[in-house]
Ligand binder design. Structure first.
Ligand code: F6R
Length: 368
């Protein structure tokens, strides 16, 4: 049942190329147009939307953070991302032109369910991104995009997260198509980039031994920091969450630009800092990230950098380098999170923890 793996989680990590490919299947029609079959909202309803609020918990919330970057960039519709448990209790401003997107792997998370009930009472449309057919959240939503990860058994979400990202990109591109904010050629080009991702994830997985060795050398480590910028920031948060929940190690993710506003005070000799380096591009992201890495390194941090193939500029600043395939910055989370999943899984295993059933956690959280 675990396909020869020791844990369901490890099996599910290795299923990700297939899960991502399945989540893309049948979406890109031959005429180049995107189609979302279960999208029960009409094009006119989508055109009328002037604000999107994404609600979710935990790992699904981090998928929502990535979605914000993609949706705003491709559609120019403002997006808020909020923890489901906070959303309802702050008297959010919603109406019929607000689209609420609820992201939930299980479809049963009580915080998220209560939040969508509240949104529907305010006459907002609710779209669910969910991995579980017939679960409560999609049943109570106006529309749904199902992810095709297959059942996720390990408590820590892995393939669930990657397929949520795919669903978010599809939603963003579909909105761009309907609203006319991006041309068909460009949408097709991004779809082709997405369709290349399963093989790219497979290439990251083929180098898992290198990450495992690194992970095992961290047994006994008390604290790890994760840094990212732009779409790499939620990846840093997700890497830190995986380490907390599986290895029970104190871990925190930061937006690299925030370091100087406080967290850099945590850096001391030998502290491992995992850095998600954005691809080199026309923007300043890559340079800014490098300067953040230099700053922590100058204070004694041991930097473990995830950077794209061919990026030699990072070499002088990396104590350890993990190579990522070349993908545009908005899609980079799909490949960058994989080594972080492998790292947490292997480190927890080396520490003797039960990776599939971490202490104090349940797979679906059905209490508020
Ligand atoms: C982390 C994890 C949790 C869930 C969260 C939301 O690995 O699994 O943080 O992501 O409890 O669950 P769903 O997506 O089922 O609503």
């Amino acid at each position: 049942e675990k396909d020869g793996h020791d844990w369901f989680m490890r099996k599910e990590i290795f299923e990700q190329p297939r899960a991502v490919a399945d989540s893309l299947l049948g979406r890109h029609a031959r005429n180049g147009l995107l189609q979302l079959d279960e999208m029960r909202l009409s094009d006119q309803e989508l055109r009328d939307i002037d604000k999107i609020i994404i609600i979710a918990c935990g790992t699904s919330f981090y998928a929502g953070m990535v979605a914000k970057y993609a949706i705003e960039h491709w559609t120019r519709v403002p997006v808020e991302v909020e923890l489901a448990s906070e959303f309802r209790y702050r008297d959010p401003i919603l109406d019929y032109s607000t689209l609420v997107v609820a992201i939930s792997q299980s479809g049963e998370t009580a915080d998220t369910l209560q939040a969508i009930r509240h949104a529907r009472l305010q006459r907002s449309k609710v779209l669910a991104i969910c991995n579980t057919n017939g679960s409560t959240i999609p049943r109570e939503s106006d529309a749904v995009i199902y992810t095709h990860a297959g059942p996720e058994i390990g408590v820590a979400s892995t393939k669930g997260f990657l397929t949520q990202l795919v669903a978010c990109y599809l939603l963003a591109l579909y909105l761009a198509q309907v609203k006319g904010t991006r041309y068909g050629d460009e949408i097709s080009e991004i779809m082709h980039q997405l369709e290349a991702v399963p093989d790219q994830i497979a290439s990251v997985l083929s180098r898992s031994d290198e990450v495992y060795e690194l992970a095992r050398s961290h047994v006994g480590t008390r604290s790890v920091l994760f840094l990212g910028r732009h779409a790499g920031y939620p990846v840093a948060l997700e890497g830190a969450l995986k380490l907390k929940e599986l290895a029970y190690i104190h871990a925190e993710g930061f937006a690299a630009g925030e370091l100087k506003h406080g967290p850099i005070a945590l850096v001391e000799e030998g502290l491992p800092v995992l850095c998600v380096v954005p691809p080199r591009g026309r923007d300043q992201l890559h340079e800014k990230m490098i300067s953040g890495i230099q700053e922590v390194r100058a204070r004694g941090a041991r930097t473990i950098c995830l950077a794209e193939e061919g990026d030699t500029s990072i070499e002088p600043y990396a104590d350890h380098l993990i190579r990522l395939p070349k993908v545009p910055v908005l899609l980079q989370p799909l490949v960058a999170v994989v080594p972080l999943q492998l790292f947490a899984c292997e480190l927890a295993t080396a520490m003797g923890h039960d990776v599939d059933q971490p202490r104090n956690l349940a797979k679906s959280v059905t209490v508020e």
